[in-house]
Design a protein around this ligand. Sequence first.
Ligand code: HEC
Ligand code: HEC
Ligand code: HEC
Length: 216
Amino acid sequence: MPDKDTGSPFAPEGTRKRPQVKRKRWAIAGCIAAVLVALGVGFNVWHATPQFCNAICHQPMDSYVEGYLESEQPIMAAHREANVRCLDCHPATLKEQVAEATSWMRGDFKVDDRGNLVDQGISFDYKKCTSGGCHDFEDIASSTRDWGGQKGVNPHFSHQYYGGEDSGEVLAGSMGAYAMDCSYCHSSHGTSQMWCNGCHDFKTPDGWENPAASRR
Ligand code: HEC
Ligand code: HEC
Ligand code: HEC
């Protein structure tokens, strides 16, 4: 008889303890979940900082991060001052991360004779630079009208176009020309080049490479 007390409502050892154990388990699970969430949030905050990029991948990220943080290269400085961060330009899509990780493992950063990275998966086009209201292409094009004082010359508006998969849209009044990839001339991290001068000899902005010079 006394042995059967556990089942009685007056000696409810087992029945009363159970819910307590359950509550404890839930509390532990809740704690773990909270910690994971906190880590996740912390990770995302860290991930969004420039410093995340070279925390592991010193090579080749150091130069990009240091360049971003310190460089007076005009494009980098302008974007830094506007608080445009690595991930604003390089969204952390799986494709992008795999591409960067692959380049990283290959250590393959050769540049071609036009100054472009040969094995680079990244080239910024009209859509990319004008998205989110970042740049107004019509304004840009009018800012370089009659470039170098030469009537009809405009690096942003010419017979040249980029016909690849990433090409921009046909611009109103552009005689069917497409916006060229901005990266043909502008380098976010490196030295920009006056690409047209592969054939012409137009004015080259200070600090830019001039392909015409190498032809002389
Ligand atoms: C063929 C070369 C070339 C291409 C391609 C090119 N640019 Fe330019 N861009 C220039 C030159 C040259 C300047 C003048 C720079 C200077 O005066 O220092 C300029 C200036 C600019 C400026 C500064 C204009 C201002 O108002 O001060 C912006 C912004 C710009 N470009 C954005 C773009 C974007 C976005 C694209 C792609 C859609 C692009 N560029 C494509 C050559 C080019
Ligand atoms: C304003 C947009 C912008 C910002 C901000 C920016 N990048 Fe870039 N990044 C580019 C463009 C455009 C290229 C293509 C090459 C170039 O223009 O120099 C590039 C190229 C790269 C490449 C070479 C990728 C390849 O496939 O070869 C790396 C790595 C890189 N960026 C890392 C970074 C890191 C790290 C930061 C932050 C510290 C950063 N970028 C900030 C626009 C940006
Ligand atoms: C692959 C070579 C090549 C490239 C690159 C090139 N052009 Fe041309 N361009 C030509 C040729 C060829 C002509 C016709 C030459 C002529 O009529 O004297 C021409 C003619 C022109 C003309 C009218 C004639 C003149 O010289 O005033 C303009 C303006 C012009 N190009 C601007 C540009 C601009 C801006 C760029 C860069 C966005 C560019 N071109 C890139 C080959 C090129």
